[in-house]
Design a protein around this ligand. Sequence first.
Ligand code: NAP
Length: 254
Amino acid sequence: MELLPETYQRLRGQVAVVTGASRGIGRAIALAFAAEGAKVAVNYASSSAAADEAVAEIIAAGGEAVALAADVSKTDQVDALISKVMEKWGRIDILVNNAGITRDTLLLRMKLEDWQAVIDLNLTGVFLCTKAVSKIMLKQRSGRIINIASVAGQMGNPGQANYSAAKAGVIGFTKTVAKELASRAITVNAVAPGFITTDMTKDVKSDDILKYIPLGRYGEVDEVAGMVKFLAADAAAAYVTGQVFNVDGGMVMA
Ligand code: NAP
């Protein structure tokens, strides 16, 4: 990555927390924010080498970042994560709730553990991080929160009852919290990717799926990061809240 020249950096002096930023979409978001001059907390669960590598890339380009381990489905670990960011940089301007997992199987074969693990991270994790960070943003009277949902939460997907339920929950949560925080100039939006090339989708790609994507190809992580960057950094996005933005090659057209 390359840092933009200082005068073009729209996130200069701002602090961003990106959950699940060691790989995939989260990593691309962290790098996109850093290029705009943000200080970035690169959260991860277990891939410490990958998180360190993302941080090293940002620092080599002249940016600021730190890798912070935390399972964001756990209250104590979320609180520790947010405390560490506050100790280091003293403010949080942007939160991206990106960490997510799948445990795909058809409903009748789905074990309670498969259901619970996905709900715990993909929905409860969004609640825990948003709650912890919103306290800080309310005091600052500004902030941007971006939740990574999915087309599965809008249209359903066989084998993903747990995941679709969590992502639909994220969309409802986004709209409610957007209303609750709006009076303090905090925006809350969701981005709903379709099929993006990452570790998460490497085993589910098929020609069958491409039939449902009007643009006829899978998406790239930088395309999702571009939408997230718009919501975090663009001046026009200050007047956008409670919305869901699809980055899906046209899969969902509401
Ligand atoms: P990915 O490549 O599998 O990366 C997942 C990231 O989440 C990793 O950085 C991982 O960290 C982190 N993570 C996993 N469990 C965690 C936990 N308990 N606490 C904190 N971090 C944790 O996934 P991705 O495809 O980039 O997906 C990112 C987000 O986009 C997810 O919310 C996903 O549901 C959503 N999404 C993806 C697609 C797609 O097509 N790829 C489509 C729609 C929505 P470790 O490396 O440490 O495990």
